[in-house]
Write a protein that binds this ligand. Structure first.
Ligand SMILES: [Zn+2]
Length: 204
């Protein structure tokens, strides 16, 4: 597979079997061996010939229905060629990897950086879940949101300290910084990272 782009101002690179390649005059075509090379020269990815968009197109109606019901938004990222997903609580990416073009879910890192060098997606870590469809991952993400929301609620329910006491002011300060929520996220992320280890061993 080679990658082609035209010498025009839109600077978009296509796979050589993309329908848009036909519209680029042969003399204007520029070839790359890998998509990474083109990206290094500042080209962005064509949505329509990306592997991830092929998944999306197959499931489009179901995805749109699920997203509007559950407060998720997905979009193609022209810079990295992945699918961005903003959920109610977090940010995710679905990437295509391997010769069989399987899809994998990545979750945005919050504060801690346990093993940044291991990830294919800077700032994100692989999530321990496997789905053959994008919809399967969106369901997982929505479930993850619900879990975070439940934990946040449970934390808030804890008996409130009496006004004016040391514990009360401690709580006020902590709430101002939003630490509670971050703590929960950090714990979730530690769990993710630990399970990711055994998961990556299985996949490789
Ligand atoms: Zn294309």
């Amino acid at each position: 597979m080679s990658y082609v782009c035209g010498r025009s101002s839109n600077r978009i690179v296509h796979r050589n079997d993309c329908r848009y390649v036909k519209m680029i005059p042969v003399k204007n075509r520029k070839f790359f061996a890998t998509a990474e090379e083109a990206r290094a020269e500042g080209y962005s990815c064509c949505k329509y010939c990306s592997h991830i968009w092929r998944y999306v197109e197959k499931e489009k109606d179901a995805l749109d229905a699920f997203c509007s019901k559950n407060g998720l938004v997905y979009s193609f990222n022209r810079t990295d060629g992945f699918l961005d997903i903003d959920s109610r609580q977090d940010r995710w990416k679905i990437i295509v990897n391997g010769k069989k073009h399987h899809i994998f879910l990545y979750h945005r890192n919050t504060k801690i950086n346990l093993k940044p060098e291991r990830t294919l997606v800077p700032g994100f870590h692989g999530q321990k879940t496997i789905s053959p469809t994008v919809l399967g991952y969106l369901k997982y993400i929505s479930g993850h949101d619900e879990y975070v929301e439940e934990l946040t609620k449970a934390h808030k329910k804890k008996s409130k300290p009496v006004k004016g006491t040391k514990r009360y002011w401690k709580m006020v300060r902590r709430e101002q910084k939003g630490v509670r929520r971050k703590q929960i996220r950090n714990v979730l992320e530690i769990i993710d990272r630990i399970s990711e280890d055994s998961y990556m061993r299985e996949v490789r």
